[in-house]
Design a protein around this ligand. Structure first.
Ligand code: GLY
Length: 338
């Protein structure tokens, strides 16, 4: 099976992303030459072992979105201090998106910036979370509100880690893969696993290289995410991110249709891809309250000018601001949420 190498091009902070079977075995080749020791940040339930010959220790963080917190950063930082990690050493994040976001932020803050190598072990982590340098934690007021852009030195997407991935996690990853389908128009399901992940990474790398700090184009990576984040928070994270993104893209398609940005055929195409091809859930469960969801969507980080969404249209997927609540109501009506 072929391994793939993609470069995220960011001048002197450019880095490789390797995708393939066994790529994490070579982790030491990707550590900064200054690193004399390493701290692996991971979770107990992650069945993926990293072998290192340099002195290292492992910090286990809690499992669940509630541990994506400043308190976890405090715990990790204290472990860094006890181990004597210096700015020329390295942090290695091994796990899903939550782990790589937290490990990345801990590295970004430790001594004002220590190198991090990310080894995502879930599909969501490989195609999205570990790529592009967004790191951070949640606070009571919202997801990822405290964080930093901190690019990794390398990302190793070892598809062997996916062999034991639970079905639900795989579905979550497919939610993000379907997103790339709409961003680039590719038939990603036609590719074998490594090539599919590599193509998603390539699409993301191109977007991040053009707009690292989301001052414009990078926001399209949030397609489906405005409603998704509200659904996640409203359900206390019982609805997982990728599941919520799938529903969020359907909602965005209805919203774009209400605003006459897309026609009936393009709306139907969203159902064909997300529900029929990717096999993902597309309805909003009745227990959600639409007014509460709208209030949460107003808190979205993109919402500088009123309710803001990433929407499909004749120019492709783009940011649309100041959307009237009546169009949201039309989209919720179309999705039959009371
Ligand atoms: N997950 C969206 C981004 O990296 O910009």
């Amino acid at each position: 099976m072929t391994n793939h190498k993609i470069t995220v091009s960011l001048a002197d902070r450019s880095y490789p992303v390797l995708v393939g079977s066994g790529v994490a075995k070579d982790v030491e080749k990707f550590l900064p030459i200054t690193a004399k020791r390493a701290v692996i940040v991971t979770q107990e339930n992650i069945p993926f072992e990293i072998k290192l010959s340099l002195p290292h220790t492992t910090v286990l963080i809690g499992n669940g979105e509630q541990f994506k917190s400043l308190q976890t950063i405090d715990i990790i930082s204290q472990q860094f201090a006890k181990f004597g990690l210096t700015r020329s050493d390295v942090v290695i994040g091994v796990g899903g998106g939550m782990v790589t976001d937290v490990a990345g932020f801990a590295a970004a803050s430790w001594h004002r910036g220590t190198a991090v190598v990310q080894i995502p072990t879930t599909l969501v982590g490989m195609v999205d979370a570990a790529i592009g340098g967004k790191t951070g934690v949640n606070i009571a007021q919202g997801k990822n509100l405290v964080g930093a852009f901190w690019q990794p030195s390398a990302v190793l997407c070892d598809i062997d880690a996916l062999k034991t991935l639970p079905d639900r996690e795989t579905r979550c990853g497919l939610g993000e893969v379907a997103k790339y389908h709409f961003l680039a128009g590719d038939d990603l399901l036609a590719l074998e696993l490594s090539a599919r992940i590599a193509r998603c990474v390539e699409i993301k790398a191109t977007i991040v290289s053009a707009d690292e700090r989301e001052q414009g184009g990078r926001a399209v990576l949030n397609y489906g995410h405005t409603l998704a984040h509200a659904l996640e928070r409203s359900s206390d994270f019982a609805l997982a991110h990728g599941e919520a993104v799938a529903i969020g893209m359907i909602f965005a398609a209805h919203l774009a249709h209400s605003l006459q940005r897309i026609d009936d055929a393009r709306l139907a195409y969203h159902y064909k891809v997300i529900r029929d091809s990717y096999g993902l859930g597309v309805s909003i469960p009745d227990k959600f309250d639409r007014r509460a969801l709208i209030d949460l969507m107003r808190l979205d980080k993109k919402a500088i000018d009123g309710l803001t969404f990433v929407l499909d249209g004749t120019n492709g997927v783009e940011i649309v601001s100041d959307i009237g609540e009546k169009y949201l109501d039309q989209a919720f009506d179309a999705m039959q949420l009371p």
